[in-house]
Design a protein around this ligand. Structure first.
Ligand SMILES: Nc1ncnc2c1ncn2[C@@H]1O[C@H](COP(=O)(O)OP(=O)(O)O)[C@@H](O)[C@H]1O
Ligand SMILES: O=C(CO)[C@@H](O)[C@H](O)COP(=O)(O)O
Length: 469
């Protein structure tokens, strides 16, 4: 019998990745990839173009039975009544809506926001971008007829909808991505339209189309005559929830993802509401919850440091492992793009502890890795304060592929570190969702471990970092 194939997409900040898996075993049979433009403001058409290229690179969809799209969370895709994208999307890492976030929080209060949505507004969340639009571009805000997130919009386009076929009612999403908007009642599973209206500075948002929220096993199809007619299309997910699904993470697992963003998150049975705003009380892609801490500065801290030192990532890792834990007192507070956790949208990076002795290439390479990991370790502490148990940390994302990052993670974190086999876990999770939509059952595919760096906790690293906070 022929293999049944399912596909998963990760439309992430820097690129679009596609995996095609065998439904039976989960084995990856084909992959594809295409780059996204730089910048924190991107026209969604660029994602569509990249998805088209990545799908072709992965051999197309002709022999594929089902697909789901995971994607970077929070980006604001505002559509007018004709289905046209009103302006380039503001991404999760665009901090221009920091004042809007502060205003929304002041108006309602952090406690009430957390109780109603699971989150307290920061510049990343969609609601703050809509408030920025209402304040900075009122003529654009007045045109908003629908608001989608990157993955919802790509799912809609994949089904043949768009400016040529603008059926806004056909937009669909899932709980995980909806929970990152700050106008979704994550515990209850429904939109909070009063908060949407507040964000848009409208009296009512009843006439604004929001994507219908599908359950984990639900699906839609491409309409008859569309290029995806007959293809089963799953709900899709926010990228972090997609990774949790791809990793088959269960209570006790904490995922640490080092991509463009740094994220620390856990799958929990109950919702988390943190009025301090440090932990975002998101939903996952399976019906559970996904308390998450995100930093804006992660893999690109290493990209920047490698560039500065004139080396590639392998050499950066080699240099870092030549230095002693603590980098002889050199501490990099890596807020290159402002920061979200802690909430310092206007911050810049700072290098502390420079002496003639400490200022070496080796120490700088290590300080970069230590700095980004210390931010994530603070995130782990914040999640633990909500009763989450970290039996092991699953290290994923582009930078997790660097052996120096995993070795130093075992020194920074006080929990066992496991590095799963390098893979595109968001796309793998989206493919799992496609399989779930196709069969009605969550697939039981296995995840291989690549390494488990020996426990080597060195408290000095975080002590030094915290002293500079
Ligand atoms: N071996 C490596 N060491 C450090 N960083 C790496 C390595 N390989 C890739 N990266 C970085 O990881 C990032 C891409 O990771 P990825 O998880 O795909 O990001 P995203 O999903 O946010 O687009 C890039 O910034 C890239 O330079
Ligand atoms: O804002 C968040 C989570 O709240 C980010 O995690 C984005 O979802 C982007 O992820 P990557 O492109 O780095 O994977």
């Amino acid at each position: 019998m022929d293999m049944i194939l399912v596909a998963g997409v990760d439309s992430s900040t820097q690129s679009c990745k596609v995996v095609v898996r065998d439904l039976d075993t989960g084995a990856v049979v084909r992959t594809g990839r295409a780059s996204h433009p730089d910048g924190t403001e991107v026209h969604p058409d660029a994602w569509w173009d990249a998805l088209t290229v990545a799908l072709a690179d992965a051999g197309g969809l002709e022999d594929v039975a089902a697909i789901a799209v995971g994607g970077q969370q929070h980006g604001m895709v505002a559509l007018d009544a004709s289905g046209t994208v009103i302006r380039p999307a503001l991404l999760w890492n665009d901090t221009r809506s920091a004042q809007a976030a502060a205003d929304l929080t002041d108006e309602l209060g952090a406690e009430r926001y957390a109780a109603r949505t699971g989150v307290v507004p920061v510049a990343s969340f969609t609601a703050t971008k809509l408030r920025w639009l209402a304040d900075a571009e009122p003529e654009n805000a007045a045109r908003v007829a629908a608001v989608a997130l990157p993955h919802d919009w790509l799912t809609w386009r994949l089904r043949g909808f768009g400016p040529d076929n603008p059926v806004l009612e056909e937009l669909v999403t899932d709980r995980s991505d909806a929970s990152g908007t700050a106008y979704f009642d994550t515990a209850g599973g429904d939109y909070d339209r009063e908060l949407l209206a507040r964000a848009l500075r409208r009296d009512s948002a009843e006439n604004v189309m929001l994507p219908r929220v599908l359950g984990p096993a639900e699906s839609v199809e491409g309409p008859a005559g569309s290029p995806t007619s007959g293809l089963r299309i799953g709900a899709g997910a926010g990228d972090n929830a997609g990774a949790a699904l791809g990793l088959d993470a269960s209570p006790g697992d904490v995922v640490v993802s080092i991509g463009t963003s740094g994220t620390v998150f856990a799958v929990t049975r109950n919702p988390v509401q943190d009025a301090s705003g440090t932990v975002a009380g998101f939903a996952d892609a399976t019906g559970n919850f996904l308390p998450l801490v995100a930093t804006l500065n992660a893999a690109r801290v290493l990209d920047a440091t490698a560039r500065l030192l004139g080396v590639d990532h392998t050499e950066l890792g080699r240099l870092a492992l030549e230095a002693e834990p603590g980098s002889a007192g050199l501490v990099l507070q890596p807020y290159f793009e402002g920061e979200r956790t802690p909430n310092r949208p206007d911050a810049t990076a700072t290098l502390f502890g420079m002496t003639l002795g400490s200022t070496t290439r080796e120490n700088l390479a290590r300080a970069a890795i230590e700095g980004l990991l210390c931010g994530l370790a603070d995130g782990l502490d914040a999640i633990r304060r909500h009763g989450v148990v970290a039996s092991r940390l699953l290290l994923v994302g582009g930078a997790a592929q660097n052996p120096a990052v995993s070795a130093i993670a075992a020194q920074v974190f006080d929990a066992p570190v496991v590095v799963p086999e390098p893979a595109e876990y968001v796309a793998l999770g989206a493919a799992a969702q496609a399989a779930w939509a196709l069969t009605g059952t969550r697939p039981a595919w296995t995840v291989q471990t690549s390494s488990e760096p020996p426990a080597d906790h060195r408290p000095v690293i975080r002590e030094q970092y915290q002293a500079r906070a």
